[in-house]
Design a protein around this ligand. Structure first.
Ligand SMILES: [Zn+2]
Length: 169
């Protein structure tokens, strides 16, 4: 990603993971794609980010294998949007964990600035990143919603990888 020194060959797997996931813009781009905003202009509007920054992060996420480009028809004109790969979908617990940790430890700037991770299956808010603490089911993008109070009244079901893994582990 060339944002700093290359950690992609570090012996520590946490360092190798952070080489891709350790950048705030990268995580926020993934947040938007999970929310279903895969189009460049939509991501840009949400993140209020410079074109050059967003272009670089999107290219990095495609190169790393977390996102892929998919064509869509925009009123007769073919354009590209970004969708999750199975590898990108697997990053969901990381984003959930950051959100849950922030809700637990960091003050919200207003009463309407909370974000919750919801298991769509039972409707409960979970306090664990990969398992529903309401019912014990494993969380996946297909059964998870995020409720960002500043964004919507209701929880939003997440986007899943364009091509789902066969027989998810
Ligand atoms: Zn549940």
């Amino acid at each position: 990603m060339a944002l700093r020194s290359d950690w992609s060959r570090r012996t520590c797997s946490m360092a190798r993971g952070l080489d891709i996931l350790g950048d705030p813009w990268t995580i926020l781009v993934l947040r938007e794609v999970f929310f279903g905003n895969g189009r460049f202009d939509a991501i840009k509007a949400r993140l209020e980010v410079a074109d050059s920054v967003l272009t670089k992060r999107l290219a990095g996420l495609v190169e790393s294998g977390l996102l892929e480009k998919k064509a869509y028809d925009d009123g007769g004109r073919t354009r590209q949007e970004y969708v999750l790969t199975p590898m990108g979908e697997d990053a969901l617990p990381v984003l959930n964990a950051v959100t849950i940790w922030a809700e637990k430890h960091l003050p919200a700037p207003s009463d309407k600035a909370h974000m919750y991770v919801i298991h769509s299956g039972c409707g409960k808010r979970t306090s664990s990143a990969d398992t529903c603490t309401g019912c014990g089911e494993r969380l996946t993008a297909a059964n998870t919603s995020w409720h960002s109070q500043s964004r919507s009244e209701q929880p939003v079901p997440l986007s899943t990888a364009a091509v789902r893994k066969e027989a998810a582990a």
